[in-house]
Design a binder for this molecule. Sequence first.
Ligand SMILES: *Cc1c(COP(=O)(O)O)cnc(C)c1O
Length: 385
Amino acid sequence: MELSALNANQTDYRKLVSEHGSPLLVLDGDAIRKQYLSLQQALPGVALHYALKPLPHDAVVAILKDLNGYFDLATNGEVDLVRNVGVDPERCIHSHPIKRDSDIRYALDYGCSTFVVDNIVELEKFVAYKDVTQLLLRVSFRNPDTKIDLSKKFGCRQEEAIGLLCKAKELGLNVIGLSFHVGSQAVNPVRHSNAVAACNNIIREAAQFGVTLTTLDIGGGFPVSYDGNPIDIVEYCAPIREQLALLPEHIRVLAEPGRYICAPAVTAVSSVMGIAQRGEQTWYYLDDGVYGSYSGQIYDHMVYPLSFPYASGEPQLSVLSGPTCDSIDVIREDIMLPPLAVGEIVIGHVMGAYTWASATEFNFFRKANFVVVNGPCEINAVVAA
Ligand SMILES: *Cc1c(COP(=O)(O)O)cnc(C)c1O
């Protein structure tokens, strides 16, 4: 793992810990801006709706609002978050395929009126709101080689799409387009490009049934690097751009990137609480672990690059453990590390997506506090609990 590039960044983590405590998550607003703008460059003309799920943090929302961004919401809590930041509801879509009637009303009350459906039961829920809503039909494209196959749980089968579109028309519903999600951290863009091609066929077939679709939402899944080898997103998106160019001209294209926007923007800072020699291995017990910011190692199946900016000396066989009393709470085993002292700082990189969002306070170890650097115009250097 090549960490020298990551170490080159000059943040004084000791100072941050002395001011704000440990563990911390350092959110760099400039990294959020850079990610959003580079995906925009890779997908020109596509309206990028930040999916809040991987990092539902008000500073991220405020930064993207300053960039005139769009947002993808899935729950009432996410509605509250964007509303509190003052986001224009017309810049939001609600993409959870399965909702209670009360969830629909909650989003409508805010002013968000575009929703996603994928089955007949869900379509029928919108009959009551047919004059005030627009719908996207989510289609499933299975992706068995990703660990996070988001088309297993949601999306109608491609063969069902025309039937559902006709049924929606019969019910008087306003279905404006299709959506899909090919799976998170989709390392191969052929998933997206094949799905765009298949949706193009559905859009053209629907027209023959008198259903005019105007929108295609290509979801999230855009990957980031966890191993230090950079991914060129403009090159990654080339086959996707190629397929998008074949869509009928009137089609408006949206995307719902989550991980790509936020993952590289957060650095986790934790400290050694204690040290024990157990057999061959030196165990370091950190104040953050897999029940906390490193929860993505369990739920998101990612392994984060680590660095040890203040350590030096002969490497020894080591274990990095989280703080809780559970034995599953181990961040890394059998790694060679220079000796660390009690209180010494350990850094986790690329920790913005699906980390803090799924952290727990198991054993009453508090979730890490955020420090925001290069924040949005109004909120600078906020520390949010
Ligand atoms: C999780 C999710 C996203 C974000 O996916 P990433 O892989 O993080 O880009 C977008 N849309 C929907 C519907 C999701 O569930």
